[in-house]
Design a protein around this ligand. Structure first.
Ligand SMILES: [Zn+2]
Ligand SMILES: [Zn+2]
Length: 373
């Protein structure tokens, strides 16, 4: 019961109180039920979605953001320990999905599609980083000293030898594995164009290299010079500054006119240009394009070209349990210098600046930014 004694009566959280506004608030330390637990947060990663959600919140009221969470189990009820197979003191990565475990998707292990954890289909959804702090237990985000874990939280044990800070990039790494390997089936001898050298594009680079891709081309702009250098260190064969060089000409040149097997768009909202480039850069037949983004409309979308080239378009949509486990194994292997992705860390009082740094209006040179509460 050591941990109970060391817990303070209140916990501290950086709370989003409105668009672009954060306040430090204290909450009473929750009474942990037999089937719940409390995690002491070590690292909470920030991604591009946080930048959007901070500027234009979809969940109103006070929200503790932070959905890429790693920490140590500080206090756990008996049922929680039995059900989850964890003990107080264990370091875990917590997925941001809090699944129902009743629907078809949950039974398939594809929690990311569970409608219960998604605010788009359930206004009362629980999902870390996206849930009102007015809900019971309050602590539904990682930008806080502690996180509440209900019976249905999805945990992954962090392997020995992987520091909390390194484990902080499990989320981009697991997305890389999900999108490149599972969705786009990159494997031995694949040729790949990765657009955007942010944390997501760099994680895809590692996933593709590990999988056996024979050609990896990564694009960025002039301000991405340091990121493109890192892309090379992580396995990219060619990098292209699209402001200085025509990317389609480069892809055509290095593939001997064939084009690539797979295009992964990691530009996160750079408009229609990356999608159009992707369609042009893909090989003549049966290439795969993985897209993401917020485009509500796409005027003059080249359906004819997509059909003629027999292109498959897939959507990047989170990660599976398996991808997280593979990401942790990748980090534990030490095979790639993934620690170089983490460029900035901030304390709890600087969450606003941390999010702005990811968005490009805070500190310079950001790739992966973490909050260390
Ligand atoms: Zn994210
Ligand atoms: Zn479900």
């Amino acid at each position: 019961m050591l941990y109970h004694k060391t817990m303070t009566e209140t916990v501290l959280a950086a709370v989003r109180t409105g668009a672009g506004t954060t306040e430090l608030r204290e909450y009473p330390t929750p009474e942990v039920p037999a089937d719940g637990a409390l995690l002491r947060i070590e690292v909470a990663g920030i991604c591009g979605t946080d930048v959007k959600m901070y500027a234009k919140p979809v969940i109103q009221g006070p929200v503790i953001m932070g959905h890429e969470n790693v920490g140590v189990i500080a206090m756990a009820g008996r049922e929680f320990r039995e059900r989850q197979g964890v003990a107080e003191g264990d370091r875990v990565f917590v997925e941001h999905y809090v699944p129902c475990h009743r629907c078809e998707w949950c039974h398939l292990g594809q929690y990311r599609h569970c409608e219960w954890t998604d605010w788009r289909t359930n206004p009362d959804a629980r999902r870390y980083g996206y849930t009102s702090a007015e809900n019971p237990f309050h602590l539904w985000g990682g930008f806080a000293s502690h996180l509440y874990l209900p019976w249905n939280a999805v945990l992954h044990k962090v392997p020995d030898g992987v520091s909390a800070e390194l484990a902080g990039i499990v989320t981009p790494m697991s997305n890389g594995i999900e999108w490149a390997l599972i969705d786009a089936r990159v494997g031995y001898d694949s040729t790949v164009l990765i657009q955007g050298p942010g944390q997501q594009g760099l994680a895809q680079t590692v996933a593709c290299k590990q999988a056996g891709a024979s050609l990896i081309i990564v694009t960025g702009t002039t301000k991405d010079a340091a990121r493109l250098e890192l892309a090379k260190a992580l396995g990219a064969d060619h990098v292209v500054d699209v402001a200085a060089d025509d990317p389609l000409t480069r892809v055509t040149d290095v593939t001997g006119g064939k084009g690539v097997d797979v295009v992964l768009d990691c530009t996160a909202g750079a408009g229609t240009a990356p999608v159009l480039l992707g369609i042009d850069a893909l090989k003549r037949r049966e290439g795969t394009l993985v897209i993401q983004g917020e485009l509500a409309a796409f005027p003059d979308f080249p359906v004819k070209k997509v059909t003629e080239k027999a292109i498959t378009i897939k959507s990047a949509r989170g990660h599976s349990f398996r991808a997280c486990e593979l990401a942790l194994a990748q980090l534990a292997s030490g095979r790639f210098p993934l620690e170089r992705l983490t460029t900035h860390t901030f304390g709890l009082s600087y969450v606003d600046r941390a999010i702005k740094t990811v968005g490009g209006s805070g500190d310079e040179g950001a790739i992966h930014v973490s909050v260390l509460p």
